[in-house]
Design a protein around this ligand. Structure first.
Ligand code: ME8
Length: 636
């Protein structure tokens, strides 16, 4: 019988990440999810194309590069390495890493644009509206919240210009119909309902897919008008298809469409609406599924740079092991819901599930094999039918859960075997059997069954915790990698051959001693919240600055634009207009945070921040030095 396409190949994607920033736990989350699915499908014998990469055009990258005095491409070349290093650290088995600055990708984007242009799916129009530069999005007057960008709250600019539009609006009904007819096209269901609600409740606009070069030059030129570059989202979405044209492994047939686009909930509209309608206009098949996962907060708070609580996944993996982080992310919350990250929760998971339940089961079994059978797998006297049934049945359950990306449920199923076997050991007490020569046969059965279960666990858990399961697999005497095992053939009871020599195994997941809580009363100084270390403080670069020039920012009562000498000349914008006139500031020595990321206030760039104390009257008083100090001296 001929196999269906889905049984032969598996194509999964992550978003392509912006190179303007360092990778964080959100990036790691999606990418590990794709890795779990890829490893699992490879073990099922499928040909896998796991695609990840970076989104390198557009305003954000251009601005980030400008701040560092680099060209956007130089900037991207450097930043891309952070992602690649993190993926190595997290054991990510991607097949291809696409960069939107790849020549072949640019060619495919232009080819698609040309096709849509010729099909009259793209039109040139004069547009007037409000533009949020950092978000690169247009808004209508109605969308604005208190005159600001409804998404990020930053100021918007009124713009009137010619641009090219993809005629997306006409696909509204067809898209609604498609989503309704294909219940697993968008998952989880709550997100699917949100998209349907959005599509049904309002007309769908057309999509502006160009930016005039005079405003933004860092993009792919439109093939039919050199004065414009392509809107970064149009360029980025095409990566999923362009990669199949030049980065995919050989396949008898086509890689497109993808089985899953894994994305975060904030980028669902761009995928569900823009990408789906782009594909419709191109007469191309739609992906089989897009899954929007939830967001991680950190100890109950939104993760953000300004709060300084961005979780660096590389550091967490270094401290607690890559497997522990991977396991935590997918055991702690259901994929699709929001989750909360904390070291306490992570340590809890490590100690209970990984160290106590699983790791301990593996080490004590191997120790007993060594002690009672000279490290040889014994020949069982009988088959433990109940354990066999449980171990074998998990395969089907994991399959169903992973088809719907329910990683947490899959792990729960696998853990039923872990718990069962732990209980079985305690009930059968092999240490007692070993003392009784008449019960040697029973001891053989017990230790064979437990070892065989460990073999099943290595197989089922491998996609989630690849390192620990590989160690266990090798300790069980296999000469090939567990990643090469075929799940269907190997998940049959009795494949562990009696007589196999096993090896000793160091603790797979050493217990972590949780931080000691103070006995009672006040928390110890170092455990009070908000305390930072001297190293953290040292990250803030404070310098003395002489005010060279000051003037009010046009249209603002409070903001003053200052030119300051901090060893180098810089412009800062400060909200001190209520307390100071520009004239009285000139010549003053102030204290400036000099390594703050630049920000725009009322359209004026501020490269740093001055220190001021604002008392209850709301009037800021600037901090200055007690004696006269040169400009550019470090304040510590
Ligand atoms: O959006 N928890 O790139 P990006 C979980 N280039 N996920 C989070 C998160 C959090 N706290 N914060 C962010 C882009 N994310 C585009 C994609 S695809 C054609 C183009 C997720 O570097 C977020 O949901 O901003 C998104 O999936 C990714 O991290 C952000 O990637």
């Amino acid at each position: 019988m001929e196999k269906k396409e889905e049984e032969i190949k598996f194509f999964v994607t992550t978003p392509i990440y912006y190179v303007n920033d360092q990778p964080h736990i959100g990036h790691a989350y999606t990418t590990v999810a794709a890795d779990i699915l890829s490893r699992y499908n490879r073990m099922k014998g499928k040909k896998v194309f796991f695609l990840t990469g970076t989104d390198e055009h557009g305003q954000k990258v251009q601005s980030a590069a400008a701040q560092k005095n680099r060209s956007p491409k130089e900037h991207a070349d450097l930043m891309v390495e952070n992602y690649k290093a993190l993926w190595r650290k997290l054991n990510i088995s991607y097949n291809a890493f696409i960069r939107t600055t790849d020549e072949q990708h640019k060619k495919v984007v232009q080819e698609i644009l040309q096709k849509l242009w010729e099909k009259k799916e793209i039109e040139k129009r004069t547009y007037s509206g409000w533009y949020c530069t950092p978000d690169e999005r247009f808004w209508t007057g109605k969308d604005l919240v208190e005159g600001k960008c409804p998404d990020c709250g930053r100021p918007v600019e009124h713009i009137e210009e010619e641009n090219y539009f993809f005629l997306m609006s006409k696909y509204r009904q067809r898209l609604i119909h498609y989503i309704e007819e294909n219940p697993t096209y968008i998952l989880p269901e709550t997100r699917r309902n949100e998209v349907l609600g959005f599509l049904k409740s309002q007309p769908l606009g057309d999509l502006c897919i160009s930016r005039p070069k005079k405003r933004l030059s860092w993009g792919i030129p439109l093939p039919f008008d050199e004065d414009f570059v392509t809107y970064v989202w149009f360029d980025a979405l095409v990566n999923y298809y362009s990669a199949t044209r030049y980065l995919a492994p050989a396949l008898n047939g086509q890689w497109w469409p993808a089985d899953h686009h894994l994305i975060g909930k904030d980028i669902l509209t761009t995928h569900a609406v823009y990408w789906s309608t782009m594909l419709m206009a191109l007469d191309m098949p739609l992906p089989r599924n897009m899954f929007a996962h939830g967001w991680w907060t950190v100890e109950g708070r939104k993760m953000s740079k300004s709060l300084g609580n961005v979780v660096n996944p590389g550091e967490v993996a270094e401290k607690y092991s890559t497997d522990a982080l991977r396991y935590f992310l997918f055991r702690e919350v259901s994929f699709g819901l929001d989750g909360d990250f904390s070291e306490t929760a992570l340590i809890n998971r490590i100690n209970t599930d990984l160290a106590n339940d699983f790791g301990n089961l593996a080490s004590r079994t191997l120790k007993m094999l060594q002690k009672y059978f000279d490290s040889e797998v014994p020949e069982p006297e009988e088959t433990e039918k109940e354990m066999q049934a449980l171990a074998e049945a998990i395969a089907e359950k994991v399959e169903t859960h992973l088809r719907y990306l329910q990683f947490q449920k899959a792990l729960e199923e696998i853990w039923k075997l872990v718990s069962y076997v732990n209980k079985y050991i305690d009930t059968n007490a092999p240490w007692a059997l070993a003392k009784d020569p008449d019960r040697k046969g029973r001891l053989k059965t017990v230790l064979y069954s437990v070892s065989e279960s460990l073999r099943f666990l290595s197989l089922y858990l491998h996609p989630f915790i690849p390192e620990a399961t590989e160690k266990l697999w090798q300790a069980l005497g296999f000469s090939y990698s567990v990643s090469e095992a075929n799940l269907k053939e190997e998940t049959k009871w009795g494949r562990l051959t009696p007589g196999t020599k096993v090896k000793s195994l160091k603790a797979l997941f050493p217990r972590i001693e949780p931080k000691q809580k103070p006995e009672k009363g006040e928390p110890k100084m170092e455990e009070k919240e908000n305390l930072i270390s001297i190293e953290e403080f040292a990250k803030v670069e404070l310098k003395t600055g002489k005010v060279l020039h000051a003037e009010k920012v046009k249209g603002s009562k409070k903001l003053i634009r200052l030119e300051v000498d901090t060893g180098e000349k810089r412009q800062i914008v400060a909200g001190i207009g209520d307390s100071y006139s520009p004239e009285e500031l000139i010549g003053k020595t102030i204290i400036v945070v000099t390594n703050l990321k630049p920000a725009k206030l009322m359209g004026v760039e501020s490269h740093g921040m001055l220190l001021a104390a604002t008392d209850s009257d709301g009037k800021p008083s600037i901090v200055t030095t007690e004696r006269d100090v040169r400009a550019g001296v470090r304040v510590k």
